[in-house]
Design a protein around this ligand. Structure first.
Ligand code: NDP
Length: 302
């Protein structure tokens, strides 16, 4: 990393520190929760449903539960066996939809193969759908309505606005068109008046598309695919990818961007780990807070 610069605080200003941003956001949420408890007499609550024994999902659910409680919110964990039927899961979702103490509901994906994930997502009350995956929330995002926005792209947007301020008129290239990252990311950038290109596996000349971008968001799931010579000088690079690889006989997490070659070209860049990843749970808690305030008909505290 030839042009690495360290400022007086010992940090590299080119690196977008999602971990530090998420800590600050969670501290703000904890203050807002305290204020709601003191002034409005309610505690926002998040229910997380885990079906089966997927090891990665168990870690995510544990982290979500811990961070929910650290922010002073109520955490309701429902762990169901891998043999759970779709009807049983739908019955639990129905019960959570009706529970006034539960303001947000998240069903950890993937679910076992006897269950249709879309049927579960669409059974959640859209106003409690803190993952923002319900078809109604996708529609609200697309049409400018008041909905709940998927956490990972929402986190990317906050990092971009913190770094760049007004995004209007910038050319953004989003690589990936999944319903949970690529499409909502593109929609959010369009709502900020960016000119947006969505690239995917059938895109011709991906390097050429990326070279025109002021903002690059990579959400592909292919380790280190985006190379430094694809990046326009000074572009802001947001790497959503989380890929586990073996290097020098050791396990390592890398993004979808080849960090070593992209760093010298980028104006700012998120590392993996420590960039987008930590933002996702922070935005889940933020969505739970927003959902709770809307359900109680009160303004979000400052
Ligand atoms: P999906 O597999 O659902 O989507 C991947 C997208 O990348 C698809 O649209 C696919 O195109 C496109 N793609 C695949 N290969 C290429 C290629 N060679 N060139 C251009 N585009 C390509 O993944 P997700 O959106 O769910 O996740 C993307 C990455 O983000 C993963 O690494 C995942 O682990 C990570 N992630 C991180 C999160 C976080 O908290 N930081 C949260 C969610 C995801 P096509 O549609 O044509 O097949």
């Amino acid at each position: 990393m030839s042009d690495r610069k360290i400022d007086a605080l010992g940090t590299d200003p080119k690196v977008i520190d999602g971990k530090a941003f998420a800590v600050k956001l969670r501290e703000k949420i904890a203050r807002q929760v305290k204020q709601l408890q003191a002034e409005r007499g309610f505690t926002p609550g998040l229910a997380v449903v885990l079906v089966g024994e997927d090891p990665a999902s168990k870690v995510y659910v544990r982290n979500k539960g811990e961070q929910t409680k650290e922010c002073g919110m109520a955490s309701f964990e429902h762990k169901l066996p891998a043999t759970t039927t779709q009807a049983e899961l739908l019955a639990l979702i129905d019960q959570l939809n009706k529970d006034p103490k539960v303001n947000g509901i998240l069903c950890q994906l993937p679910v076992p193969q006897q269950i249709d994930p879309q049927a579960i997502i669409n059974a959640i009350d859209p106003d409690k759908d803190v993952d923002g995956f319900h078809v109604v929330n996708a529609g609200r995002l697309a049409t400018g309505g008041q909905g709940l926005v998927p956490c990972t792209p929402y986190g990317c947007l906050l990092l971009l606005k913190d770094r760049l301020g007004d995004l209007s008129g910038k050319h953004a290239v989003v690589i990936g068109r999944s319903n949970i990252v690529g499409k909502p990311m593109a929609q959010l950038l369009l709502n900020e008046s960016c000119t947006v290109t969505i690239a995917h596996s059938k895109t011709r000349d991906l390097p050429g598309e990326v070279r025109r971008a002021d903002i690059v968001v990579a959400a592909v799931g292919r380790p280190e695919m985006v190379k430094g010579d694809w990046i326009k000088d000074g572009a802001v690079v947001i790497d959503v990818g989380i890929n586990r690889i073996e290097r020098d006989g050791k396990g390592k997490l890398v993004g979808d961007v080849d960090y070593a070659s992209a760093y010298p070209k980028a104006g700012a860049i998120t590392p993996v780990p420590g960039g987008v990843g930590p933002m996702t749970i922070a935005l889940l808690l933020n969505n739970t807070l927003i959902a709770a305030c809307r359900q109680h008909g009160v303004k979000l505290p400052d």
